[in-house]
Design a protein around this ligand. Structure first.
Ligand code: ACO
Length: 707
């Protein structure tokens, strides 16, 4: 069933009521009204205030229900205790959308009142943005229904922000940076509409090319992932997700009353959906501007043109950092630039025109680079020199930018004193953004490359194999655990589930006595492993509950007795169900495959190096389910230790295909069996290519029954 909300009347309302409009210019209710009037909105505007009269030349209605015309949108700016009355009044007037600016609800623990308001609104056909928002701006109808800055430039970037204050600040910055917005919306407490709903509208809005999101916590992450996965190629999403550090996460949680999602999970999902995660507002703005104004790069040949060698080298470093590939065909470069190069210049990349280059030489070189089809993008750098004329330079930069940027990405960066500052200022005012740092320019071009690569990958997706798991039998195993009031599965149950999802395991039996242990070991064949089986002993090795590499009967007898003694001493009250006797698997690369139910994003799958490394290095990657073949492959490639799987120092490549298969099967389990909260295969032993992988140990937990 589609959960898409029709948000036309929110983004393009024909009429707006401001409930709590005030004649006092110091009040928020006044600012919202004046922003609407000054912003050029063409629809009907109805101020509402029990005092009546007139505000800013408009008749004031004492109640919403008194307004004769239909009201698409009501912006509510009355104190919290009055909001419910106002909402009731809006329902009587058949208002379609409410933007509740008022604070004092779930963000301060007042969940009950917030829920009462939203439940009532929904029941009466109204949808709610907020509460605790700064309002919204929609370029389509020139509506600035916010108490943020009044000046907003219309354009192609839509901003969705969880923090209203940051939203206001971003409006200010967008004006200074001359970035045009198609919309800016603050989602606040997300009591009803959330970023996913807004994204649905913006996805289809032809004016919006980039959606920039500021997120702290995500409540309905699987819906968000679904929409993000479905974004068209030509619509880019840049996200600033705060709450990364422990302190940040704490502040984020108290700031909006929502939980900040796990950072690793979010990074994985960003990769999976092709969204770009920015570290700062500046970075997000730089990327958004580039993505909204420049075409995506067509190929891997970027050329740096500079009049200063040092700046060029720094830029080459920055390109490496941000994944910008530099053209290295020196013969072709020599041919292209030989006429404009002084003898002591360099036609290798970076192309160094030297400090002698004036505006004309620079312009000629740029034109060559921009007109040659083999060059795909240009980073144009300039250092202040003595022979430098700012006016000519500004003119040339704007001209080149305006003529060529539609065909091929061109990014300028300049460094110097007052004269350079002047150029940067003049050009930005004319709509050409000149960076003041090569790293920022390379990072923006890197964003174009990343999007391009993601889109290319989509074009070459392999089919994901159809994985059938025995759901009925799995549910039977789970029901048995539930009937015994257990949230964890016993090792034999967990292993049974592994079999039911199609994975092979080492041979094993559970022995209830020493005699059984010996006879099972003989049956399985030496060497074997013994492991304690008890739901009360989680860390088996620490409890002395594991013995590896037992070569004969006597070693099994000794190990059995030692395990029992150690576990009984360390955990006298533990329920011991027996000792598992298991085939000792040969050593391979120890990896971990996990599945967990993330509170924000729902079921996700994890891959990383296993054993002790998982806790020390935290070298893991995540993806949300459903997992495609491409996702699973990228998870494996995404860990820092990937070269180990490719084989180091003459070792053979490992069985990566085997890992991918396990990831897909665990993904299917997490997708289909909603009762499972956690699966952990650790270690998953990985052997050389063609020799497969082995699930050595597995643990499965179930969700709490009421979740
Ligand atoms: N219908 C219409 N208007 C009413 C009603 C009613 N039933 N009852 C009262 N009013 C009028 C009041 O008379 C007043 O108008 P007046 O100036 O003519 O007297 C107006 O509504 C506002 O009421 P006040 O009591 O003056 O409240 P005030 O304007 O001081 O505060 C506000 C209201 C702004 C909603 C406040 O309660 C609030 O929540 N402030 C925080 C807003 C905020 O920060 N939101 C989050 C944004 S995100 C960020 O971080 C920036």
């Amino acid at each position: 069933m589609s959960d898409k909300v029709d948000l036309k009347a929110l983004f393009e309302p024909k009429s707006v009521a401001v409930v709590g409009a005030s004649s006092n210019p110091a009040k928020i209710g006044h600012k919202v009204l004046s922003n609407i009037l000054n912003g050029g909105y063409h629809g009907e505007v109805y101020p509402v205030n029990p005092k009546g009269g007139e505000i800013l030349g408009l008749k004031v209605y004492k109640r919403v229900a008194e307004i004769e015309g239909a009201v698409d949108l009501a912006v509510v700016v009355v104190p919290a205790p009055i909001v419910f009355d106002v909402v009731q009044d809006c329902a009587a007037a058949k208002v379609k959308f409410l933007i509740i600016i008022t604070s004092g609800f779930s963000e301060v623990g007042n969940r009950k009142e917030e829920k009462k308001i939203v439940d009532f609104a929904r029941k009466h056909g109204m949808r709610v943005l907020g509460p605790n928002v700064f309002g919204m701006y929609s370029a389509k109808v020139s509506l600035n229904a916010s108490f943020g800055p009044s000046k907003i430039l219309p354009g192609k970037i839509a901003i969705i922000t969880q923090s209203g204050a940051l939203g206001g600040a971003m409006i200010g910055k967008s004006v200074v940076d001359r970035i045009g917005l198609s919309a800016i919306i603050s989602v606040g407490n997300k009591s009803d509409l959330d970023e996913a709903d807004l994204l649905q509208y913006l996805k289809e809005d032809e004016q919006t090319r980039v959606v920039l999101m500021y997120i702290e916590g995500v409540k309905n992450g699987n819906k968000l992932v679904r929409i993000l996965k479905d974004m068209p190629e030509d619509k880019h999403v840049v996200v600033i997700k705060s709450g990364k550090s422990k302190r940040g996460a704490l502040a984020a949680a108290s700031h909006t009353g929502s939980l900040a999602g796990s950072d690793n999970v979010f990074n994985g999902i960003a990769e999976q959906c092709g969204i770009l995660r920015a570290e700062s507002v500046n970075e997000a703005f730089n990327w958004s501007r580039a993505l909204s104004e420049l075409p995506l790069v067509e190929g891997d040949n970027t050329v740096i043109i500079t009049n200063g060698g040092g700046l060029g080298v720094m830029c080459a470093d920055a390109c490496e950092k941000y994944g910008v590939p530099l053209m290295d065909d020196s013969v072709l470069l020599q041919n292209i630039f030989k006429d404009v190069m002084p003898e002591f210049g360099s036609a290798r990349n970076p192309v160094d025109l030297t400090g002698e280059a004036g505006v004309e030489e620079y312009k000629t070189s740029l034109k060559k680079a921009l007109n040659v089809k083999e060059i795909n993008a240009v980073l144009a750098l300039y250092c202040e020199t003595g022979i430098f004329e700012p006016e000519g330079m500004s003119k040339m930069v704007v001209e080149m930018d305006q003529i060529y940027k539609k065909n091929k990405p061109i990014l300028f960066s300049m460094l110097g004193g007052e004269k350079v500052e002047e150029i940067i200022d003049v050009t930005r005012k004319k709509g050409t953004y000149v960076f003041d740092d090569v790293y920022n320019a390379a990072s923006a071009l890197g964003a174009l490359y990343r999007r391009k690569r993601f889109i290319e990958e989509l074009k070459h997706l392999e089919n994901t194999p159809d994985i059938i798991i025995n759901e009925m039998a799995i549910r039977r195993v789970i029901s048995k655990a539930r009937s015994e009031d257990r949230r964890f599965l016993m090792p034999d149950e967990a292993k049974e589930i592994m079999k039911l999802i199609g994975l092979t395991l080492p041979r094993w039996r559970i022995a209830r006595s020493l005699d059984e242990a010996v006879s099972f070991a003989e049956e399985i064949g030496y060497p074997v492993v013994l492991k304690i089986v008890s739901e009360d002993i989680i860390h088996k090795t620490d409890a002395g509950g594991v013995a590896l590499d037992l070569e004969n009967k006597n070693e099994v007898i000794d190990a059995y007795q030692a395990i029992m003694k150690s576990c009984r001493t360390k955990f006298p009250k533990a329920r011991i169900r027996g000792i598992e006797v298991c085939e000792m698997v040969p050593r391979g690369v120890e990896t971990i495959v996990g599945g967990t139910f993330d509170p924000s994003f729902g079921p996700v799958v994890m891959f990383g190096l296993g054993g002790i490394y998982v806790e020390t290095l935290k070298d893991v990657t995540f993806r949300a389910v459903p997992l495609a073949l491409n996702d699973a492959k990228k998870m494996v490639r995404g860990i820092n230790a990937y070269p180990i799987l490719l084989g180091v120092r003459g070792e053979k490549r490992k069985d990566i295909e085997g890992i991918v298969d396990v990831l897909l099967r665990v993904g299917k389990l997490m997708e289909k069996i909603e009762d499972v909260s956690d699966v952990e295969i650790n270690p998953l032993m990985v052997y050389e290519y063609g020799e497969g992988v082995k699930v050595v140990d597995v643990r499965i937990l179930l969700k709490e029954e009421d979740v």
